[in-house]
Design a protein. Sequence first.
Length: 350
Amino acid sequence: MSKFWSSFVSDLVPYVPGEQPKLTKLTKLNTNENPYGPSPKALAAMREQLTDDLRLYPDPNGDLLKQAVADYYGVQRNQVFLGNGSDEVLAHIFNALFRHDKPLLFPDISYSFYPVYCGLYGIGYDAVPLDEQFRIQVGDYTKPNAGIIIPNPNAPTGCLLDLDAIEQLVKGSPDSVVVIDEAYIDFGGETAISLVDRYPNLLVAQTLSKSRSLAGLRVGFAVGHPDLIEALERVKNSFNSYPLDRLAIVGATAAFEDREHFDFTRNAVIASREALVEQLQGKGFEVLPSAANFIFARHPQHDAAGIAARLREQGVIVRHFKQERIAQFLRISIGTPEQNQALLDGLNGL
Ligand code: PMP
């Protein structure tokens, strides 16, 4: 607190990201990064960009990358919005499309940045409870709203809604924008981008941080009707003209074009996830069904905070949330088979 702060700043409750430890020896299973590196073609494209051209500003529209995303999903370039990570894309979405009189709806257990953006932009919200199985029931989202946002698969539960359920959600609120945050969709779900041409109120957000292993590059995007994209461009161009630098534009484009590497790494993560779920179940854990690159698990006999502390002592970090309903769960990112083994070893003797 300082006398220079406005009451607005004093009242902000910022998001707290997962720890990025300085110690490199740790087995880091706490922030849902991809355990495999990015496409070698993306790395090569970025190395090639390391020239005197860096004295020049990047393309403010990132058209090269917009076109690559548009080609990949079979949409038009004016249906694609780019941002510095999907967190920035989401921030612009909240600012541009959710500031109306009614409350925004999102699940009570969900991405903890949503209420933070609501605080930043003065948006009222209703947190809609997940059901007893920690699932989203789309029928609960039909009340009057200024918009709806859900992650699919949900975070931190990993639970997936199928495309029919997403369509029902979008159809149920035709007068407000429904945002599907697909940060983890490539690990077992079906994207709702195939629906955007039919529903002008549907906006799909994705990131290159997870399935394309580029969390450090900070690239995210949204796909939807050109009118929604234009609203986002208006906000973006009132804030920062150049959210993506020269390296990010070429690196992300090359990553999108390298389908082979993408398929290889995501399939490896999916296979490791299935193996790890079985092994954890063998140790007595209850694991929610996951379509993401993480799992959400609890042990009926052991306190989650205690397990997290014990793992940490053995150099393995996982994420524990204090929120009451999920305080007995751990969110564990899927690592390489070796990293997953380190986790299992850390749990020995439980
Ligand atoms: N949405 C969800 C559901 C997430 O878990 C994350 C990662 N923390 C993001 C969006 C943001 O990812 P990024 O900013 O790296 O694109």
